[in-house]
Design a protein around this ligand. Structure first.
Ligand SMILES: [Zn+2]
Length: 703
């Protein structure tokens, strides 16, 4: 049952504006338009055909104001629907109603009207305000504030049923005569995403949205369906939000009922879009957290004949949203809420075709699905290149045994130019089951790009270094390790040798290969070294890339870290011998290794030690990097601490990834910084680095 109340004016508008600290506005006849916070236009991110409109803000209240400002740039909205920003169940059905009435939806907090919302109401100067929900949702004080703010005669009404379904039915009853709605949409009252996604479709088809419970059809909804007598009902969402039993109840009132749904809320939204808005020049993408930004975007989407899709503010675009953009190729994408530049680059890149769906590779098990598989990694690094085209260049250093690209990124200012700057290499996933290393490499790429314009230290490092990141040296082993939806504890690559498969890539490098019992000659062994040094295409690709960084006879890469799991260790050469200072290392270099390792360990809480301390390894990467080029080369064994599972690195849950990758931030930035002259850490910069900023590789140790 709708309560319709016309409230008297309680608050003097001038007093309200003074209370807002906006004295200058009091004398004015009307408030100036509120700038849509974060609203920007223009072709986006180097795209020749796709532009984005960002209607962002600090919170859902600001986002609603930004959308309203875009929808009504000159004010004069006939009606405003006012919903509770932290409890908008009573407003779920307001989208198509507001679209039909040509109105806006704004949010208030339940106990007080935010000042920016008050200003927007004054600017819109509506003839009518519909307050959605009872006094428990939006207080009488807020209604009084709103009434006091607007011109005399403005109607301020409260629309509230006994629950959200009742409010939806009341809104419908106020807008639609019997027989005037050919199609009615129904969504679960507990499924905000479904209700929001249904909004633009309902508006397009000229019908209202009603709400159902999962197991029963509320009496208010049943009564409204009986009154409207629509030709059909479209239920949006999965059986978990509206059961088949409810569909059967609806069918007793309206025989023609269909369900539109997908595997999750994102997919349901895309399914609604595909069914009812198959062609869209504009798409609206609402970002989380939650779905508040989507609800207020429904009138804008309806006005543009756009659907509403969903995205998270950071990381990967949902596949359903991605596939919809590929299908419709919109020329305008409206972003309701805020997303990272990399998410925006995915929106634009999939819409304009610069990003494509990667070839399928096995995905992580459901419990670890937030880890980035190979395809997601490729999308993420290519989107980062689109987002930061002057800072990031993505390329492949070669192919794996099975033909997968071994992807890398160069990060530097003027990235397309090979500037004379000290270079750094970070690589990950020699060992296929050491997944956290990929996440660490992606973390570094994100840090160097997203913080470039906000963090002075990151800015300087990116400007003054050339940083190369190889994200996954062993993509074949990785795919195998994830195959069949379960982990295989697979370490090696997938190259056959005799009757066995796989070489340990990190025993396949060319210095002291197979010398010292630190690898196995048995093809079945976990640490099989291969048929010869560099017998694996993956180690060859890494070797050839590092060789390509010799410019004018000088190796440009000065510091390097290879990311492994696990043990929380920082290892330095040599691995082939337990001798701390053998003849093939200078005392100064040994001192640099010790100092850098201890400094980094002080930053991340790992233990610094010589690589051979636990067990001898021969033919590994860091021995070769140092011996071949005098690169100060380290192994990070990431989280967790060793758990005495010698041949099995563990698979940490994704819940630890954010903290365990951020943990190495300081150490990685230090490694990048130190590349200018590693000998500075032992106060011998003048001796080794004064002649030129780039240090020549000591020729005496080259083969
Ligand atoms: Zn490893």
């Amino acid at each position: 049952m709708a309560m319709v109340q016309v409230r008297p004016r309680l608050v003097d508008p001038a007093r309200f504006l003074i209370a807002l600290g906006l004295v200058a506005l009091v004398a004015g006849v009307e408030a100036p338009p509120i700038q849509a916070a974060g609203a920007q236009s223009g072709t986006a991110l180097g795209s020749s055909r796709v532009s984005t409109e960002r209607l962002g803000g600090a919170d859902q209240y600001a986002v609603a104001v930004a959308i309203s400002a875009r929808l009504f740039p000159h004010g004069a909205a006939p009606v405003v629907y006012l919903a509770a920003g932290d409890n908008f169940a009573d407003a779920l059905a307001a989208g198509p109603i507001a679209a039909r009435a040509g109105g806006a939806i704004l949010y208030t907090s339940s106990s007080s009207l935010p000042s920016a919302v008050g200003l927007e109401l004054v600017r819109l100067a509506p003839a009518r305000v519909e307050v959605l929900g009872g006094t428990a949702v939006i207080s009488a004080a807020v209604v009084a504030n709103v009434t006091g703010l607007l011109a005399p005669g403005t109607i301020v009404e409260r629309v509230a049923g006994s629950d959200a379904a009742g409010t939806a039915a009341a809104l419908s009853a106020r807008s639609f005569k019997p027989g005037s709605a050919p199609t009615v949409f129904v969504a679960g009252a507990g499924s905000a995403a479904d209700a929001i996604a249904a909004g633009p479709a309902a508006a397009q088809l000229g019908g209202p949205l009603l709400l159902a419970a999962a197991a029963t059809l509320p009496s208010a909804t049943a009564a409204e369906l009986s009154r409207l007598k629509p030709g059909r009902v479209v239920v949006v969402g999965a059986t978990s939000s509206v059961s088949d039993a409810v569909l059967a109840q609806i069918a007793q009132i309206v025989p023609k009922v269909e369900r539109v749904s997908g595997a999750d809320a994102y997919a349901s939204a895309a399914a609604v879009a595909a069914r009812f808005l198959p062609i869209a020049a504009t798409e609206v993408v609402a970002s989380g957290p939650g779905y508040a930004n989507g609800l207020v975007a429904v009138p804008l989407a309806a006005a543009r004949h756009a659907s509403i899709l969903f995205a998270q503010p950071t990381d990967m675009l949902p596949t359903a949203t991605r596939d919809r953009l590929i299908a419709t190729r919109p020329t305008t994408i409206v972003i309701a809420g805020s997303v990272s530049e990399v998410v925006r680059a995915q929106l634009v890149g999939f819409a304009d075709g610069r990003l494509t769906v990667p070839a399928p590779t096995p995905a992580y098990p459901a419990t670890d699905s937030a880890y980035h598989d190979y395809g997601e990694m490729v999308t993420l690094i290519k989107a980062t290149e689109i987002a930061y085209p002057t800072l990031v260049h993505v390329f492949s250093i070669g192919k794996s045994y099975q033909g997968r690209d071994i992807w890398a990124a160069k990060v530097s200012d003027n990235v397309s130019v090979d500037e004379n700057e000290p270079e750094v290499l970070v690589d990950a996933l020699h060992h296929a089951d050491e997944h956290l290393g990929v996440e660490q490499a992606l973390y570094l790429l994100s840090t160097l790009t997203s913080e470039y314009s906000t963090n002075a230290y990151v800015h300087r490092l990116v400007n003054e270094r050339e940083i190369f990141i190889v994200f996954a040296l062993n993509p074949d082993g990785w795919a195998y390790d994830l195959s069949g939806g379960t982990y295989h504890y697979w370490r090696k690559n997938r190259q056959p040798n005799g009757g066995y498969i796989g070489t340990d890539i990190n025993r396949n490098y060319g210095y002291k290969w197979g010398c010292c019992g630190g690898s196995s000659s048995s093809a079945s062994a976990w640490n099989y070294r291969g048929t010869s040094a560099f017998s694996t295409p993956e180690a060859r690709a890494l070797r050839d890339f590092v060789a390509s960084r010799v410019v004018g006879g000088v190796q440009q890469i000065k510091t390097h870290v290879t990311l492994h799991v696990n043990g929380e260790l920082i290892l330095y050469p040599y691995g082939y011998t337990k001798t701390g200072l053998p003849a093939d290392m200078t005392a100064d270099d040994h001192a640099v290794f010790l100092s850098m390792a201890q400094t980094m360990a002080g930053m991340n809480g790992y233990t610094a030690e010589q690589s051979s301390r636990l067990y001898v390894t021969d033919g590994d990467e860091i021995d070769w990097m140092y011996h071949q080029y005098r690169i100060f080369s380290f192994t990070f064994e990431l989280y967790p601490l060793d758990q005495n599972i010698l041949y099995r690195d563990v698979y940490p849950p994704y819940s630890v990834v954010a903290a365990q990758t951020a943990r190495n931030r300081g150490a990685l930035l230090y490694l990048i910084d130190t590349a200018a002259c590693p000998y500075r850490v032992i106060n011998k910069a003048a001796q080794y680095c004064s002649a030129a900023p780039i240090l020549p590789a000591p020729s005496g140790l080259l083969p």
